[in-house]
Write a protein that binds this ligand. Structure first.
Ligand code: ZN
Length: 188
């Protein structure tokens, strides 16, 4: 089922997600719904907060993008496409490379895009849908997506990582979006 996406101004986007200790049937259904929602909206990643659930859960699929990604499994280069779609539960990231600027958008911020500085290569540790620990090293778009989504799970948004000038330039759009979301919440 395609779920409604929560937009900037909704308080759940600022909530730290609860860790998931058991992948219950409800969580499995949520994962299925999150993938459907992400695909429907042409996203490369979606965090549980974006569908109104403050949980340490995100789904990612970079296959639709032409921007390059790299992947290493057990120290060996691996094929990114074979590793997709990707569900990360309780993810933790460790930076491995210097920060690099790259374009980002967010399904909770329609029509708003900006360059964000992030480590270009990271190590990731998480649980998969079977509740097993997975570890991998990634770079490029995949590393950017994992970091953007992991931020969501801690209530951090990409606007928090914009430089001051970029955020100033977007100020009116951000204020308008926040205001519209709050007005809609009040009306419910
Ligand atoms: Zn986002």
């Amino acid at each position: 089922m395609v779920l409604p996406i929560v937009q900037y101004g909704h308080p759940v986007l600022r909530k730290k997600g609860a860790a998931i200790s058991l992948v219950t049937p409800e969580i499995k259904q949520l994962i299925v719904d999150m993938f459907e929602t992400m695909v429907e909206n042409h996203g490369v990643g979606l965090a549980a907060q974006q569908v109104g659930q403050a949980l340490q859960l995100t789904v990612i699929d970079v296959r639709e993008s032409e921007r390059p990604s790299t992947l290493e499994l057990n120290g060996q280069p691996a094929t990114v496409a074979d590793f997709m779609p990707l569900t990360l539960i309780n993810p933790e990231t460790t930076p491995l490379g210097p920060r690099e600027a790259g374009p980002e958008g967010c399904l909770s911020f329609p029509e708003i895009y900006a360059d964000i500085l992030r480590p270009e290569k990271i190590k990731v540790r998480a649980l998969n849908t079977e509740g097993e620990t997975i570890e991998f090293v990634c770079g490029g778009l995949l590393a950017r997506a994992v970091q953007h989504e992991t931020d969501h799970l801690h209530g951090i948004l990409f606007i928090d990582r914009m430089d001051r000038k970029t955020k100033e330039d977007l100020r009116d759009d951000l204020d308008a979006l926040q205001k519209a979301t709050k007005a809609q919440l009040k009306g419910k």
